[in-house]
Design a protein around this ligand. Structure first.
Ligand code: NCD
Ligand code: ZN
Length: 373
């Protein structure tokens, strides 16, 4: 008999973007709405979070918007981050440092180009039990043969080098998209883990080419790569877990064509692109259950969305705390077509599009929904 209900112990999302301003007001409560008790929050704000004080202030602002969610703060790796600041941050409760290679994704202009200059910072992180979160892509460079399709495999030697140099430093390769990345993390020791997003368990190249809502970094890869991601979740490998990389962008930034006209000439600006990011937060747990069931891994749901990540981050689940899911019926609503900030009421379409965000699978019905949280 097929199961009709599921009980998930204290779900946790170890890679979340919650933004600033009106977008933050809209999306911070969506962590709980999507069934998650905990959100490990990325620091790529504008300007990025670069100190212990800023990270903790950000966590407090999020707690004010969503008092029942546990938020874990991070800082952005940059020359401003000193070993002393790492020690201060660790003492204050900041949990990790995120590294973005320069220019590869949203708000990464201040990203890094060379890891060795950060070795003193990594040494302080190793000493204070902080986690290094790696966005594992090299910047595209056609002269060197690097593009979005091979940017992740070509990054992996950096991961291996840092791990070899700092074997006790806990490292997470974020949002892996390739077979090469899965194999590399498996080869590493116990201190190296890997997040996998639900959208990368579903999408391949054909699903984002020409489709802004599915465009994110790293881009989804080939069917064989997707098979490797699904296999490692189906296997329940203990060092692979959920980091949704849920990354809200206003509709106006996903479909920027009207705004991309040059004001002076009214010509289209040809290099104008859409923002990178897929938004899954408000439906995250039902989405994970739906996808894992689709490839025969429903029995690994708890490992993927709670146990493995919590073990790696040393964040045990609250005893007895479970979120219950049940199968949807014809009477249940589909995923909303959009989430809209109340301030958008009465604005014209162009301005309203700046205050709404479209979720992954908007308008479609998932197989599971939250019964009680
Ligand atoms: C993220 C964002 O929008 O902040 N975008 C994305 O495509 N994943 C940045 C990131 O994590 O790369
Ligand atoms: Zn991210």
């Amino acid at each position: 008999m097929t199961v009709q209900t599921l009980e998930v112990p204290s779900p946790a999302d170890f890679h979340v973007h919650l933004r600033q301003g009106a977008m933050r007001e809209l999306v911070a409560p969506h962590v709980a709405l999507g069934g998650m008790d905990l959100a490990y929050v990325m620091p790529n704000l504008a300007p990025p979070i670069q100190s212990s004080d800023e990270a903790m202030e950000y966590v407090r602002a999020l707690e004010a918007l969503a008092p029942h969610t546990r938020f874990l703060g991070t800082m952005y790796l940059s020359p401003k981050l000193t070993p002393d600041e790492i020690r201060r941050a660790a003492a204050a409760g900041v949990r990790g440092v995120k590294s973005y290679p320069r220019g590869v994704t949203t708000n990464s202009d201040g990203g890094i180009e060379d890891y060795e200059v950060y070795y003193p910072v990594f040494a302080a992180m190793e000493e204070t039990n902080m986690v290094l979160n790696l966005h594992g892509e090299l910047p595209s460079d056609a002269d060197k043969g690097i593009c979005v399709l091979n940017a992740e495999p070509l990054f992996l030697s950096h991961l291996e080098k840092i791990h070899k140099q700092f074997p006790r430093l806990r490292i997470v390769l974020e949002h892996a998209t390739t077979r090469a990345a899965v194999e590399c993390v498996k080869r590493c020791g116990e201190t190296v883990a890997c997040t996998i997003t639900p959208h990368h368990l579903q999408l391949i190249v054909d699903d984002w080419a020409g489709k802004p809502l599915h465009f994110c970094k790293p881009v989804a890869k080939t069917p064989d790569d997707r098979a490797a991601l699904r296999d490692v979740i189906r296997e329940g490998h203990p060092r692979f877990f959920l980091g949704s990389d849920s990354a809200p962008h206003p509709l106006a930034s996903k479909y920027p064509s009207p705004a991309s006209r040059d004001n002076a000439t009214q010509n289209l600006v040809h290099n104008c692109g859409c923002a990178a990011g897929v938004y899954t937060q408000p439906v995250l747990l039902p989405l994970c259950a739906t996808l894992l069931e689709s490839f025969g891994a429903l029995d690994k749901l708890n490992a993927y969305v709670s146990e493995n990540g919590r073990r790696f981050y040393q964040e045990p689940a609250t005893p007895g705390r479970v979120v219950k899911l049940r199968r949807v019926t014809e009477a249940d609503a589909a995923v909303p077509a959009a989430y809209v900030h109340p301030a958008s009421q009465g604005l014209d379409d162009t301005d309203a599009a700046k205050l709404q965000v479209v979720p992954f699978m908007g308008g479609q019905r998932l197989a599971w929904c939250i019964e009680s949280a």
